[in-house]
Design a protein around this ligand. Structure first.
Ligand code: DGY
Length: 322
């Protein structure tokens, strides 16, 4: 048996990312890139692991933590960490880290791209031309909604929310936001205005959900919330699917209570094509790719690896969750 500390990596990552860890530690890795580690394998591997490098698809619950006697760190490859029972980790003295900052602009880019694609009906246009439906130019062909000079309402003004607001400023939009607390920097530097949730829903042309999933935000976009939005409103979600009640969203879209939705995240992932939401023309859906640029995903992977190396060497984590 090796006397090196053991790191278990829950998804196959590139060798260039993993090799620094291999120099210092015993490294084991789930051998699939496109399939999450099974619960049985994760439980078995955790028993003697000193570090886990996890994805948002890996639930790290109380039972797993209780059986992982050597565990010093769970290093999550995401800024969100709703897959990890933080209280249980804290009780056992296990450090939990995430990947903030490195993904802020990339996720804001995707959120704004999704907003634009939904407003201007870009996926419909792509299908239209590929399916040879284009016969002539016509005055209202695939006419969408304007973005410039409209009102955007950002719910959850963290770093990514602020980055979305900066993009909206470039489009001369009026920026409203709602957050647990006021963000004076966003008000001063971007000109964003703090409003309560109901006012944001009532006044926004684009309601953009950027809030993390917590007990308070679980299901906050429900039938009541959709009812308060304009009929012309477009709803965008690139945070977590469970912040939205999808049945209520579906009804709101079907009944024309809101105009359209752009969704990068879902209650149940992966969502299947038979899901009623995906049958609606006014839904633009993406497979949870907010932070997925080659550059950013590499920076995120490097950060997870460096957090592990620091903690297993008795140093401070770079991005611990407080
Ligand atoms: C995150 O980092 O939480 C994102 O959802 C992953 O793309």
């Amino acid at each position: 048996m090796s006397d090196k500390k053991k790191v278990y990596i829950c998804r196959m990552l590139p060798e260039s990312v993993v090799s620094p860890l291999k120099k210092e530690f015993e490294v084991e890795m789930w051998p699939h890139e496109d399939q999450p580690v099974t619960k049985e394998e994760l439980n078995a591997q955790s028993k003697d692991a000193h570090a886990l490098l996890t994805m948002l698809t890996d639930p790290i619950d109380e039972d797993l933590l209780a059986n992982a006697e050597n565990l010093e760190i769970v290093s999550n490859l995401a800024v969100g960490y709703d897959n990890i029972n933080l209280n249980a980790a804290k009780k056992q003295g296990v450090v939990v880290t995430n990947t903030p900052d490195v993904l802020t602009d990339t996720t804001a880019d995707l959120t704004f791209a999704l907003l634009m694609a939904t407003a201007r009906r870009i996926p419909e246009g792509v299908d239209f031309i590929k399916e040879d439906q284009w016969t002539t130019w016509s005055p209202l062909l695939l006419a969408g909604a304007d973005i410039h000079h409209k009102t955007i309402g950002i719910v959850g003004m963290g770093k990514i929310g602020e980055a979305v607001a900066r993009r909206a400023k470039g489009f001369d939009m009026k920026i409203l936001y709602h957050n647990r607390s006021r963000k004076e920097s966003a008000e001063r530097e971007i000109g964003a205005t703090y409003v309560d949730f109901d006012q944001l829903l009532a006044e926004s042309d684009f309601v953009v959900c950027m809030t993390p999933l917590t007990e308070e935000t679980d299901g906050m976009f429900n039938g009541e919330a959709f009812k308060k939005m304009k009929n012309s409103a477009i709803f965008i979600n690139s945070s977590r699917g469970k912040v939205v009640n999808e049945k209520d969203l579906q009804k709101a879209l079907e009944k024309g209570k809101i105009k359209a939705a752009g969704l990068d995240v879902f209650e149940q992932e992966p969502i299947r094509s038979s899901h009623p939401l995906l049958e609606l023309d006014n839904v633009v859906a993406l497979p949870h790719i907010g932070s997925s640029s080659v550059e950013t995903r590499h920076k995120m992977m490097e950060l997870t690896v460096n957090n592990i190396s620091n903690v297993l060497n008795g140093e401070k984590a770079i991005t611990p969750i407080k």
